[in-house]
Design a protein around this ligand. Structure first.
Ligand code: B1M
Length: 208
């Protein structure tokens, strides 16, 4: 089994104590950070499929998420890069009712490494909190919303509508997350959609 396979199975099995060391070893062996990240994202796909099939439950999904976060911590200095000129502020958060933050954190990392000053509001962020933060940061260029649950897509819609109808101007809205499609993004009035963290950084730069 290759180191990358080891990482994938350890993340899927929620072996939080092993993942940090395995990721560091893979980097030391010369493995590409993006390939390691892809393996961990694949592992979360496996976990999701097992959850859907009723083979595992929320606690297993939670420890797998924690294992992935451990691995991402090791990759962060490599993925984040440095030295990009400042492109302005980006406010990011996972929409109300939604506690998933692994993908949102990756998006924040990539947008930050593209040159934005990222204000990360965390998870379960109400539309009022987004509005309040935009209000106190009138120079914000991009407002980025993440959502992982079909049940929280309405909260994304309400948030986009609230910020668009607030009278506040000067920023664009970017949305994404597993259940979000370009069609849904357009239908709720978002300015842009991105499928993954790399794509989100590219879109944010286009919007700024
Ligand atoms: Co949850 N969960 N979960 N979960 N969870 C999913 C999302 C699910 C697909 C699993 C499944 O059933 N197969 C399913 C959603 C089904 C649906 O809505 N259609 C689900 C469910 C049902 C639930 C609960 C309801 C379970 C329950 O309680 N019965 C519950 C909801 C809690 C809540 O939020 N209110 C729940 C809870 C949890 C945990 C807390 C246990 C944990 C989250 C831990 C954490 O985030 N800190 C968890 C996990 C780990 C998952 C899976 C297994 C993995 C998610 C993940 O981190 N993926 C997930 C299954 C899956 O994804 N296949 C699942 C890796 C991550 C890198 O990818 O987040 O997709 P992702 O982000 C990507 C892109 O989506 C995109 O870029 C990222 C990186 O490339 N992206 C953006 C994300 N945000 C973006 C924003 C952008 C642009 C791109 O622009 C701004």
């Amino acid at each position: 089994m290759s180191k990358i396979d080891d990482i994938k199975s350890s993340v899927a099995a929620g072996k939080t104590k092993l993942v940090t060391g395995l990721v560091q070893e893979a980097l030391d062996e010369g493995q590409d950070a993006q390939d390691i990240l892809s393996a961990m994202v694949d592992a979360m796909g496996v976990v999701g499929d097992k959850f859907s099939a009723g083979e595992i439950f929320v606690p297993e999904m939670l420890v797998a998420g924690k294992a992935m976060q451990k691995g991402v911590e090791v990759l962060k200095p490599i993925l984040s890069g440095s030295g990009a000129p400042s492109l302005g502020k980006c406010i990011i958060g996972t929409v109300a009712g939604d506690l998933h933050d692994i993908g949102k954190n990756l998006v924040a990392l990539m947008i930050g490494s593209a040159g934005f000053d990222v204000i990360d509001l965390g998870v379960d962020v109400s539309k009022e909190k987004f509005l309040e933060t935009i209000n106190s940061n009138p120079d914000v260029k991009v407002v980025a919303l993440s959502g992982l649950l079909t049940t929280t897509m309405p909260a994304m819609k309400e948030t986009v509508e609230a910020v668009k109808n607030s009278g506040l101007t000067g920023f664009k809205v970017l949305v994404g997350g597993a259940p979000i499609t370009p069609e849904f993004a357009a239908s709720i009035g978002a300015d842009a959609y991105a499928r993954d963290a790399g794509g989100a950084a590219i879109k944010a730069k286009e919007l700024a």
